[in-house]
Design a binder for this molecule. Structure first.
Ligand code: HEC
Length: 228
């Protein structure tokens, strides 16, 4: 092999390189150029991103911007907080109201109160004043009903039966102010009301309408212990 002067070799290399040719290097050079050309954009942008945003900011920044907002959206609105805080209070009162109602509704006092209100007050007035305040029925307040009927049992018998024939004396013969004489108009309640209801309403009349507490002690829990 003849010696080629170094400057010719150099010119040939540069020439080949300019034409894209080459000896052994040419094959490797072309793919190398291609890979660099195709791969260039990605590394370039990555480098640019790294250069502008630094190493970690790009990925963590979007999550950081979103994360604080996501918990806030489902968070409880401020106006709802007092209501939520009062929820246990409401629950307790809700339950206690039903407990109280249940207690009252099963008691004879409630039965007597309800029976009087529904069946008797329209003629005897809600306060028992009766004809003293324009009612059709006799006054049952201020001890009047207890003067007529010395015992609860006598009153029960009268209320079950209703008015006697007009002019018939009834109740306590030694009544203060004279024995009552039937004038009519008092309905018969036997059959319309149960024995328990009649007993309860009469106890109501002899206690609550007289300004006294309902006789809880004397109230029979059921029909069995009722004294007659
Ligand atoms: C339609 C009107 C009316 C209704 C309703 C009514 N009463 Fe009377 N009540 C009278 C009248 C009228 C008398 C007087 C009866 C008479 O003199 O014959 C009377 C008398 C009485 C007396 C006797 C009072 C006394 O001192 O002489 C009692 C007790 C009584 N009623 C209880 C009741 C009860 C309890 C109820 C409900 C379950 C009731 N009444 C519903 C009209 C009514």
């Amino acid at each position: 092999m003849a010696e080629v002067p170094p400057h010719l070799l150099e010119r040939s290399r540069s020439r080949r390189a300019a034409l894209g040719l080459g000896g052994d290097d040419a094959v490797a050079a072309v793919p190398a150029v291609v890979t660099t050309a195709t791969a260039a954009p990605a590394p370039a942008s990555a480098v640019a991103a790294l250069a502008t945003g630094g190493g970690s900011p790009p990925p963590p920044t979007p999550p950081k911007a979103v994360r604080p907002h996501r918990p806030r959206r489902p968070a409880i609105p401020r106006f709802a907080l007092p209501m939520l805080l009062l929820l246990p209070v409401w629950a307790i009162s809700y339950v206690s109201v039903f407990a109280a109602q249940k207690e009252k509704l099963v008691g004879p006092e409630a039965v007597g109160t309800a029976v009087y209100s529904v069946n008797c007050s329209r003629c005897h007035q809600p306060d028992g004043s009766g004809s003293d305040s324009g009612g059709v029925g006799r006054p049952l307040w201020k001890g009047e009903v207890e003067k007529t009927f010395v015992s609860e049992a006598e009153q029960i018998a009268f209320v079950k039966r209703g008015s006697y024939a007009v002019g018939t004396p009834y109740g306590n013969p030694k009544r203060e102010g004279g024995q009552h004489q039937a004038k009519g108009g008092m309905p018969k309640w036997e059959g319309a009301l149960t024995d328990d209801e009649i007993k309860a309403v009469i106890q109501y009349e002899r206690s609550v309408l007289q300004g006294k507490p309902f006789p809880v002690d004397t109230v029979a829990p059921g029909p069995a212990p009722a004294k007659k």
